[in-house]
Design a protein around this ligand. Structure first.
Ligand code: Q0N
Length: 286
């Protein structure tokens, strides 16, 4: 770490340059809700997200190569290949929620996909759809049409990004469904390696990059509770917080309950005990 240069900060992750070819991605224990980072950490949240990403990277290598080079012993840092990232977010939606639900209600379409009439909030779509977005550095990512996305990355790369993203979502959502978790939607970031091949970067199929819903309480026609953040959201609602920074500090029971939900997501999805991951992070990639 000592000779790594800080390159970028996300709300909850940091990126450092190790050399010209390699980056270090470090996942913190910070949590955001309603787009605000809260002052209270969730212990091990960064390890859960890093472990899940590494797990999926190891299991989706046949679909697309990825940027993971090495998972560090701290369980929260990954050494990665440096890529030239595409200027789009590769979002896949299997259910109609979030900005997709807003766009559908306004226009009957999401990113140029015309959807059946009469869908209700959180309903499963007839087929998962690829709904690219632009990367907004301030505020929210903006949904764009396939034509706009193709203009940004080229027709051929757009088609490949769509095919890869849909294949990753299908794999992840089927795996999760078998373990009682609905993967409503998810966001991937793809980049190009020096040979010009598409490579999966960022984190993948984690609760921070996806909407995870508990399958046993899934009920179309309303918003769904979040698998991981519901205690935090409920607490923030009872506090009557106006959702502007700074957010409220979280009491111990909300922290403990939320940590338990992250660990539960990890254990259900990986079939690996979280303590085994802490003892030796490599268990998720073997
Ligand atoms: C990169 N982002 C946006 C951390 C993640 N392998 C890579 N090569 C070059 N650049 C990037 C990666 C990766 N991953 C990706 N920024 C740089 C995603 N960030 C958002 C903030 O948190």
């Amino acid at each position: 770490m000592s000779d790594a240069t800080h390159v970028a900060s996300g709300k909850v992750r940091e990126i450092y340059a190790l050399d010209d070819e390699r980056l270090l991605l470090v996942a913190s224990d910070r949590i955001s809700t309603f787009d605000v980072v809260l002052p209270t950490d969730i212990p091990d949240k960064g390890r859960v997200l890093t472990g899940l990403s590494a797990f999926w990277f190891a299991r989706t290598r046949e679909i697309v190569p990825n940027h993971l080079l090495e998972l560090r012993d701290d369980g929260r840092s990954m050494e990665c290949r440096r890529l030239e990232m595409l200027p789009i977010e590769c979002v896949v939606r299997g259910y109609i929620t979030g900005s997709g639900w807003k766009d559908y209600q306004a226009t009957g379409e999401v990113c140029g996909h015309r959807l059946p009439a009469g869908l209700v909030e959180s309903e499963q779509l007839p087929e998962p759809i690829f709904t690219p977005a632009t990367k907004a550095h301030t505020g929210h990512d903006e949904n764009i049409t396939r034509e706009q996305a193709a203009a940004l990355v080229g027709e051929e790369r757009f088609a490949e990004a769509e095919r890869i993203s849909l294949a990753l979502y299908r794999h992840g959502s089927e795996w999760a469904a078998a373990r009682g978790i609905v993967l409503a939607d998810t966001k991937f970031e793809l980049g190009l390696d020096p040979a010009g091949r598409l490579v999966l970067g960022d984190e993948a199929l984690t609760p921070d990059s996806s909407r995870f819903w508990p399958a046993d309480s899934y009920e179309p026609g309303r918003g769904q509770p979040s698998f991981d953040k519901q205690f935090v959201r409920d607490y923030c609602e009872t506090r009557g917080w106006d959702k502007t920074a700074p957010g409220p500090e979280l009491p111990d029971d909300v922290v403990d309950g939320t940590r338990a939900r992250y660990v539960e997501a990890f254990e259900r999805l990986t079939d690996i005990a979280f303590d085994d991951y802490l003892a030796d992070p490599e268990v998720v990639v073997r």
